[in-house]
Design a protein around this ligand. Structure first.
Ligand code: NAD
Length: 289
């Protein structure tokens, strides 16, 4: 079997053009979706991510505001900036690029963001809402995975989904979103024994480990859908996922490549969440008129 490639780039392009149209509509009502990004320190990877987020905002006609701080910034200064942005009507989404320096309490910073502007979906209120199946800002990477599957018409209800990884931003919320769609979910992680025995049972296998080419054909059931969230560099310094793509594509029914799979969906869902926050703001505005 040679797997069908799930082209994240194409799906992201389609979704972004839908978002751009909605941004135009909002602008007619004098609301320009605005995203504020706070960047602390000089981490190169963080800088690159932030640049891509700003570029996406510009392409979709959104307002983007970058606030930069040196590595030495005090936690109190960050918290007061977040408070200011929470009350700024031109800003509908607030994102603090992680990781933060050790002297800053990440949890405190995330909890300072108004849940109505938490477009990363990391605030406990949004996580709780997601868990109870209420309307929420969903974390962008897992949300992007769900949208990809929906676009490919891949059924989820009743499927056995195995997630490898249990981070708060990818693994855990991914499992929850699959559960919300009536899948049977198994979480695997660094302490899981006999990983292969679990992954071999997966109808849908999601790898979010952060180890280059870790998942080989031996871990995959014939005909499984394989979603590779990992972004790694191989020995030659080339970008690659957690899944050995060449091996896996011979056994899976669908597979996401790296690059060009889940990656482009993450920023797209951030744009979607910012648009949603702006729409919520506008409908509130209308109600108070
Ligand atoms: P993380 O380091 O926080 O979590 C990795 C998880 O892998 C942990 O839960 C750990 O228990 C598990 N793990 C480690 N070794 C294992 C093993 N031997 N067997 C089974 N499980 C094991 O990483 P993360 O933030 O969840 O990111 C995971 C990967 O996804 C990274 O490569 C990251 O770069 C990538 N990522 C991609 C996107 C995207 O937009 N595509 C977004 C976020 C993260």
């Amino acid at each position: 079997m040679t797997a069908q490639i799930i082209n994240g780039k194409e799906i992201a392009k389609k979704k972004r053009s839908e978002i751009a149209k909605e941004v135009d509509e909002l602008k007619k009502n004098h609301v320009i979706p605005g995203l504020a990004v706070i960047l602390v320190g000089n981490n190169q990877a963080s800088r690159t991510y932030v640049k891509s987020k700003q570029k996406a905002c510009q392409e979709l006609g959104m307002h983007s505001l970058l606030i930069e701080y040196p590595e030495t910034v005090q936690e109190s200064e960050l918290l007061s900036k977040i408070d200011e942005l929470n009350h700024d009507d031109a800003i509908h989404g607030i994102l603090v690029q992680l990781p933060l320096p050790d002297h800053i309490n990440e949890v405190k910073v995330i909890e300072a963001i108004s849940p109505a502007k938490d477009v990363d979906g990391f605030h406990p209120i949004n996580i709780g809402r997601m868990m109870t199946g209420q309307d929420a800002f969903l974390p962008c990477t897992p949300y992007g995975v769900m949208v990809m599957l929906e676009e490919m018409n891949i059924e989820i209800a009743g499927k056995h989904v195995v997630i490898i990884g249990r981070s708060n931003i990818v693994g855990k919320p991914s499992g929850q979103l699959f559960l919300n769609e009536n899948a049977t979910v198994t979480y695997c992680h660094s302490k899981t024994k006999n990983l292969e025995e679990h992954t071999k049972n997966a109808d849908i296998l999601v790898a979010a480990v952060g180890r280059a080419n870790f998942i080989t054909a031996d871990y995959i059931k014939e005909g499984a859908v394989v979603i590779d969230v990992g972004i790694n560099r191989n020995e030659e310094g080339k970008l690659c996922g957690d899944v050995d793509f060449e091996e896996a594509k011979e056994i899976a029914s669908y597979i996401t490549p790296v690059p060009g799979g889940v990656g482009p969906m993450t920023i797209t869902m951030l744009m979607y969440n910012t648009l949603k926050a702006a729409k919520n703001f506008q409908s509130k505005l209308q109600k108070t008129k």
